[in-house]
Design a protein around this ligand. Structure first.
Ligand SMILES: [Zn+2]
Ligand SMILES: [Zn+2]
Length: 413
């Protein structure tokens, strides 16, 4: 088996790996690099991306984060896409609201530890804990060799036990481990790795100590975080007000354990920006399906003190118009680095002007070094190759058997 990391040996995001065995090929992830316009980046040079090539057997997508599947929008062919079924549902649900739709119509759904054979490759997905729902690592066997791709993972989320499970019964005889290292260097600013349950307590405290509305700015696809916020709402007697996009993501997953409209205190708000998308695409039946639980702009003021409202910057005008911000606070529940971005400075100015204090309440989607060590020591690969990191050079100080590779270089597993 041969391998080429087209992108990922020296950066976080935009991951794309090509594997070749006996003339057949398989791709792991087809990511859009972070903070990059789709138009400014080309597909990696993989035969079968621009023109049909039967030797390309499929593309495995480890999880529904754009830095792992965003470049699929540029495919000129229709290869098989291997992806978790819930991840597939999330991408479909998000299509209603996102500017660039990604439509997969040739999908092979994958499930935890259920092997799939594709030509010379046997693939075994391992469900992992990450800030994206339905995320997988992958064991690839071909030509008598065994490779493990970690995907993005951590052990301090709501599915943290999955990491302990892999560590206690790891795949054995691994020739090559491709392991992510997002938290090395770049994420040092978020050195704290509280669990989601610890966050729940912090959210609860803020909800109880705020006289007006609580706004929470988080990703509509960070399902662990949404559960954390919903639970904190229940404990503090506030209602959980999700925008229609987020409510539709939760509903699409069809997991009876996840909060959806219809659960106690779950309300749905349709911000102006999302309303325009509904009108443009004539999604009136879809919008109607949330009718029973809607909270309308004119109700926001009178219900402010008992509400936690999921926030996004495009909602500033909605909130201003609804005059519902007396005594409000904003919880920022994303990576702290994004806030330094120029495009958010006007928003920070607006919050300041409205006297809305910002509280940072977040935990990383990625494993800290201690967990990366536990993981790599359990797998004990013959060769550990850094991926999805800005600090590949530091791997050899921290882990055993490290071999750094270059983007675009082919090598034998
Ligand atoms: Zn990633
Ligand atoms: Zn990710």
């Amino acid at each position: 088996m041969r391998i080429c990391i087209h992108r990922g040996t020296k950066q976080i995001g935009g991951t794309c790996i090509e594997l070749e065995a006996r003339g057949s090929r398989l791709v792991l992830d087809i990511g859009l690099p972070l903070e990059t316009e789709l138009s400014s980046v080309d597909l990696p040079p993989v035969s079968g991306f621009l023109k049909y090539d039967p030797s390309l057997l499929g593309i495995f997508i480890s999880h529904p984060h754009l830095d792992h599947y965003g470049l699929a929008q540029k495919l000129q062919t229709n290869p098989s896409i291997l992806i978790g079924s819930a991840a597939f549902k999330i991408i479909n649900a998000a299509n209603r609201f996102l500017p660039n739709k990604i439509i997969f119509d040739n999908v092979i759904e994958v499930f935890n530890q259920m092997p799939i054979t594709l030509g010379p490759f046997t693939l075994t997905p391992y469900l992992v804990d990450h800030s994206a729902y339905d995320s997988y690592g992958l064991l690839v066997e071909a030509d008598g060799k065994r490779l493990f791709y970690s995907g993005d993972f951590r052990g301090h989320g709501r599915k943290g036990k999955l990491l302990d499970r892999i560590i206690s019964s790891p795949p054995d005889n691994i020739d090559v481990l491709l392991m992510e290292g997002s938290t090395l260097g770049r994420f040092d600013t978020d050195t704290d790795y509280p669990s989601e349950s610890a966050l729940e307590e912090k959210f609860c405290e803020v909800f109880q100590n705020t006289s007006g509305m609580v706004l929470v700015w988080c990703s509509g696809q960070n399902i662990d975080r949404l559960v954390t916020i919903y639970r904190a709402c229940r404990h503090s007697g506030r209602q959980f007000v999700a925008d229609m996009y987020t409510a539709s993501i939760l509903r699409a997953i069809e997991n009876p354990k996840l909060p959806i409209p219809g659960w106690k205190g779950f309300r749905v708000y349709l911000p102006w920006f999302q309303k325009q998308k509904i009108i443009k695409q004539e999604l009136f039946e879809f919008a109607k399906s949330f009718k029973k639980w809607r909270i309308y702009p004119e109700q926001l003021k009178s219900e402010a003190e008992k509400s936690v409202v999921l926030f996004r910057p495009s909602m500033v005008k909605d909130l201003e118009k609804a005059d519902c911000l007396d005594g409000a606070k904003l919880i920022y529940s994303l990576w702290s680095g994004y806030l330094k971005d120029d495009r958010y400075q006007p928003l920070l100015g607006w919050l300041n002007e409205k006297n809305i204090s910002i509280i940072h309440c977040h935990t990383s989607g990625h494993a800290p070094v201690a967990d990366l060590k536990r993981f790599s020591e359990a797998i004990a690969p013959k060769k550990l190759v850094p991926i999805h990191t800005f600090e590949a050079a530091r791997f050899s100080e921290l882990f055993q058997n490290v071999e750094q590779k270059k983007d675009g270089e082919w090598w034998d597993v």
